[in-house]
Design a protein around this ligand. Sequence first.
Ligand SMILES: Cc1ncc(COP(=O)(O)O)c(C=O)c1O
Length: 387
Amino acid sequence: MSMASIQILASQNQASSLLLSSKLFHHSTLSFLEHRHCFHPRVSINESHYDIAYSKTQVSHLPLLSSSQAIERLKTFRERIKGKQQYLAMYSSIFGGITTDPAAMVIPMDDHMVHRGHGVFDTAAISDGYLYELDQHLDRFLRSASLSKIDPPFDRETIRRILIQTVSASKCRNGSLRYWLSAGPGDFQLSPSGCHESSLYAIVIQDISPSPPLNSRGVKVVTSSIPIKPPQFATAKSVNYLPNVLSKVEAEEAGAFAGIWLDSDGFVAEGPNMNVAFVTKQNELIMPHFDNILSGCTAKRVLTLAGCLVKEGKLQGIRMSNVTVDEGKKADEMMLIGSGILICPVVQWDEQVIGDGKEGPVTEALFNLIVEDMKSGPSTVRIPVSY
Ligand SMILES: Cc1ncc(COP(=O)(O)O)c(C=O)c1O
């Protein structure tokens, strides 16, 4: 087919074929296309009909898009898939600036993070206009990059400034900041030697509904059958989260909130995006040590804040140690800890009800302490954003 005929097809089928080849095609798109007089369905639109009738025939009519047409379609796509989260701003070292247009929040296909998983990431919560534990997360981010042999494109202070500026541009006062360091774009080889320069990306997300809802005090967990990552990989926060995703899916399929990994010796390790802690019958807070798992910034903060519960006599002690499954299941309290969920009580692990099946007093006290810390903690954990 000549270029000229492709272009004629492109104008005839404006905004149809690319979307038609996707299962994400919905009625809203149909109305958009009909409205523009560019699409005439031959069958009533029902996704399975659509799949059979169009997916095979229409691929031969894929339009060749100009960059402005591609951007237009990206905008339509973003409008169509608005979900529970809103993306308020993105920084990319590729374009060396910040955009607030979700359609432009894209990264190059040949980025080593996209096609080889050669990237690391981290987060920080935005709470009342402050970044919570930004420096602690940034330290882990750079440690993960070093473990992954990614040399950042900027020094720590510059990265920190970029992250704060991105939050400022987003005007977001409550939400989360996520950022990635990648070996960068260059080619599609396995070796990063062809990557032009490492890249930094950051995005500000406004969460409309947190998961789990902060008022749902008590979740079920199951022992994960998905193999845990070996310590070399589990201790770095790389983008290789396939085991974590599969563990989460497995838990959801079992009607649970998360899977709990055991390490190679059978001790309790962590969840797919959270740490785990227990309160023993002797009223001690115990947490698996971080040698084989991700050292959680929230978990570390909890260990510090829990000190005051010891002083007040509400806890007998705090210990990082190996935790057996038996010990964990017999504990008075079990909790999940992470920046996404803060502290979430576990009321059932597999078939075992934990404690009295309700949120325990230590879990509740720790939750209140961390919420208070986010609101009025010291300047070492609260970084103000100037809007
Ligand atoms: C595997 C894993 N473990 C633990 C955590 C908890 O870490 P943090 O409290 O820093 O969010 C996370 C979350 O990032 C994680 O992905």
